[in-house]
Write a protein that binds this ligand. Structure first.
Ligand SMILES: Nc1nc2c(c(=O)[nH]1)N[C@H]1C(S)=C(S)[C@@H](COP(=O)(O)OP(=O)(O)OC[C@H]3O[C@@H](n4cnc5c(=O)[nH]c(N)nc54)[C@H](O)[C@@H]3O)O[C@H]1N2
Ligand SMILES: Nc1nc2c(c(=O)[nH]1)N[C@H]1C(S)=C(S)[C@@H](COP(=O)(O)OP(=O)(O)OC[C@H]3O[C@@H](n4cnc5c(=O)[nH]c(N)nc54)[C@H](O)[C@@H]3O)O[C@H]1N2
Ligand code: SF4
Ligand SMILES: [Mo]
Length: 697
């Protein structure tokens, strides 16, 4: 696959790749290669309209990971107790033969649904993320995994409001006059939107942030609104109260492209700014001013990110916020509207890639589906009794549930089970790998072919291997193809090459994708979806065109309203009495969930608890003190940092730490609950009541 590098003048050869990390920006990457085929530098492709020549700090350093001495290079079999992390090297044939034999035996004894794949977006590549693996598990008749861990609540809320999971193009933010980053840490998690915000501000735009913590983005804003965690619906309704009451809405847009305005106008009467202020912690006059400014500034854009939907009623929060641009008609403006995601515009032939039809052959029906956010309950058989056989085999890839899943103590107890057969495909020996029966070495995105959509822009991208796979590493596609052969699956789709799979994906009749070929991608590397004529902005809902049954933005006010999370300052009283602080654990700017958890500076940052001065003083805590954070589900040890990042009543621990690096082998996810969101079955990482005390040890 790798082209030889004839390079008489010693000019580094440049190869193209695409950053595969779970990030909205999906950057086009240029890899400098020296004469020996070794990569010397990664940088952003200046030709890509969103990457614009730079990478984030964490991936600019990705070659440290690529060439790390800790990279997993050979298949291994467990040698010590589960969780101990001791392994011995074995040959691929031996590992694959035994894994296939064990899966066959488990399927024969308990039924194939006793086997559970567990994966998320360690790579966003479609072939390695939801390609050959899906075919394999469908053909096996394994349990399906409901992949809820990140965005399913927000996705459900967005569908309720817009009918589609897409919105404003990032490039159009440069035309805005008011940009609101709502639960969106742009500088940390979506840095390629920043240059467009800078350009807009240079042209006079104001930039506001709404977040329970003042992060780097909030510090760079014209105004930061500290909001109580999980209270965004109350803020959006309070803003609507002002917009409707003062007739600042766009009556023409509402008449043409929405339904249910009269009922909404009635409903928002219940949310005067005094009430919204009491619920959100934002001053009444600030809410009124924000609503007026939002409704009267044109164009005004909202960058909503996933922070708001990791709370108990996160779907409602996203839905309510996403209704705002329809009220003000902001969808009509270049530089208006709202973006949470762009992913659904990539109307690829996923059915052909994933082949869900194969389950019917084995089971005569769809396999049961288990919610990944309930892994602790699943592995401890709290759920399986009612839904089918106990899970006896777990195959983990593109994810690190030992660190990232809620109720970590339950997850660990499950992974510890002697009768659970666990296979982990990984690049590094992380919290989950420690529990593997077989640990299989995986390639990185620089080493395999894949096709990439994005959830923060509208470019489809192809990446070919830029580097040779080190040691005996294999891509997920290769591993599942090889396992399929050993299981005796002879369907033609298991013989597909990577290019066959890409061609299948591109075989779509949707107008956004129709006509884009592998050859186009090969030549151009990134191709804008056919969302608008070349050079024209994409205005998804300027003329209506919502994905709802009526094609209009349906307010459906009867189902809108605000209820505080059970785990919040206005929630369950007996819980609050014992655990008075609201813990949020948002993403760390230099990490990618837990991916870079082995970097010592990330470990320090994710072992930190930001706490406000009076909350710290009341507990005799000072900066640098070790603190124990706890609730009924568990505890973890962190280092206090007394600062102005959060307000009184809120504590914040940037995530996600590798628990194996911690003295107590635990991270904040030992505290996170398995309570699910109002819709979408999502986790509620940011609705979490805790107590904090100074720890003697
Ligand atoms: N550097 C870095 N980048 C990443 C990631 C990473 O781990 N590190 N992870 C990637 C992934 S998987 C995702 S899903 C995206 C997520 O990207 P974001 O959604 O931007 O990230 P979060 O940190 O989850 O949340 C954003 C902000 O919401 C705030 N927040 C928490 N609770 C609330 C609330 O109730 N209301 C409001 N208004 N704000 C709230 C948090 O304090 C945080 O500052 O980022 C991706 N990019
Ligand atoms: N407390 C708290 N917990 C959270 C969150 C939070 O904000 N706070 N965020 C949640 C969110 S939004 C998400 S999306 C999840 C993310 O949780 P995960 O999806 O588990 O994300 P990562 O921790 O990045 O782990 C991805 C793993 O995939 C591996 N990987 C990468 N590429 C490949 C490949 O090609 N093949 C194989 N086999 N492996 C590969 C990487 O080495 C890495 O270990 O975490 C959730 N957990
Ligand atoms: S993590 Fe995001 S910002 Fe960083 S290089 Fe990858 S896609 Fe770009
Ligand atoms: Mo995520």
């Amino acid at each position: 696959m790798i082209r030889p590098c004839y390079n008489p003048r010693n000019v580094p050869e440049i190869r193209h790749s695409v950053c595969a990390l779970d990030c909205p920006d999906a950057c086009a990457v240029l890899v400098s290669i020296d004469g020996d085929g070794k990569a010397t530098r990664l940088r952003g492709d200046p030709a890509h309209p969103v990457t614009r020549g730079f990478l984030c700090g964490k991936v600019a350093r990705y070659l440290e990971r690529e060439y790390s001495p800790n990279r997993l290079l050979y298949p291994m079999r467990r040698a010590g107790a589960k969780g101990e992390g001791r392994f011995v090297r074995v040959a691929w044939d031996e590992a694959l033969d035994e894994i296939a034999a064990r899966l066959k035996a488990i399927a024969a004894e308990f039924g194939p649904e006793a086997i559970l794949p567990y994966s998320y977006a360690g790579t966003m590549g479609l072939l390695n993320g939801s390609g050959m693996d899906r075919r394999f598990f469908h053909r096996l008749g394994a349990s399906r995994l409901d992949r809820t861990i990140c965005s399913s609540a927000g996705g459900a809320g967005l569908i309720d409001a817009l009918g589609f999971r897409y919105g404003t193009e990032p490039e159009q933010f440069r035309h805005s006059k008011l940009i609101i980053a709502w639960g969106a840490n742009v500088l940390g998690t979506n840095v390629h939107l920043w240059p467009f915000i800078v350009e807009a501000r240079r042209n006079g735009a104001r930039f506001y942030t709404i977040d329970p913590r003042r992060n780097r983005t909030g510090a760079a804003a014209d105004k930061h609104f500290f909001i109580n965690p999980g209270s965004d619906t109350a803020l959006a309704l309070g803003m609507m109260h002002v917009i409707v009451g003062e007739r600042l809405y766009d009556a023409d847009y509402i008449a043409r492209h929405t339904t249910g305005f009269a009922e909404l106008a009635q409903r928002v009467i219940e949310y005067p700014s005094e009430r919204a202020a009491a619920l959100t912690g934002i001053a009444q006059e600030e809410i009124v001013a924000l609503a007026r400014e939002y409704a009267t500034t044109r164009p005004a854009a909202i960058r909503l990110n996933y922070g708001v939907q990791r709370s108990e009623r996160g779907a409602m929060a996203v839905r309510t916020i996403a209704l705002l641009p329809a009220l003000t008609g902001s969808w009509k403006d270049v530089g208006g509207g709202l973006q949470l995601s762009t992913s659904q515009a990539f109307h690829l032939n996923r059915a052909g890639l994933e082949r869900a039809d194969l389950q019917w052959r084995v089971l005569g029906r769809e396999a049961r589906i288990l919610n990944m956010s309930l892994l602790g309950q699943i592995l401890n058989n709290a759920i399986n009794e009612v839904t089918g056989p106990p899970v006896k085999a777990l195959v983990v890839y593109n994810s690190n549930p030992g660190a990232i899943a809620p109720n970590q103590n339950a997850v660990r107890r499950g992974l510890q089970r002697g009768d659970l057969f666990t296979v982990v495909l990984e690049q590094f020996q992380n919290d989950t790998a420690d529990y593997a029966d077989f640990l299989l070495p995986a390639t990185t995105f620089l080493e395999h072919t894949d096709l990439y959509l994005a959830y923060g822009h509208y470019y489809l991208q192809l990446a070919r291997p830029a580097l040779a796979p080190p040691g005996e590493t294999k891509s997920n596609v290769e591993v599942f193809r090889a396992l399929a052969a050993r299981m005796g699956f002879d369907d033609a789709c298991f013989g597909d090459s990577e290019d066959d799979m890409i061609r299948t994906l591109l075989a779509s009749d949707h107008p956004f994708v129709r006509g884009i070929t592998l050859e186009d991608l090969e030549r151009e590397r990134f191709v804008r979806l056919r969302v608008a004529p070349a050079g024209d902005p994409f205005l998804p809902f300027a003329n209506g065109g919502f994905g709802t049954p009526s094609g209009k933005c349906e307010f459906r006010a009867e189902s809108i309203g605000y209820t505080p999370p059970v785990e919040s300052r206005f929630g369950d009283e007996s819980l609050r009495a014992r655990f008075p602080l609201e813990l949020i654990s948002p993403k760390h700017d230099d990490n990618m969930n837990s991916t870079f958890g082995d970097r010592p500076e990330n470990d320090t940052a994710t072992a930190t608890l930001h706490i406000e001065r009076s909350d710290a003083a009341a507990r005799g805590i000072g900066t640098g003190d070790r603190v124990r954070v706890y609730n009924d589900r568990g505890s973890c040890l962190l280092r206090a940092q007394v600062d102005g990042v959060v307000r009184s009543g809120v504590v914040c621990a940037p995530s996600v730490r590798w628990a194996r690096m911690a003295a107590d082998q635990r991270s904040v996810n030992a505290l996170a609950s398995e309570r699910l969101t109002d819709k979408g079955g999502g986790p509620t990482f940011y609705s979490c009541l805790v107590q904090v005390e100074k720890s003697g040890d």
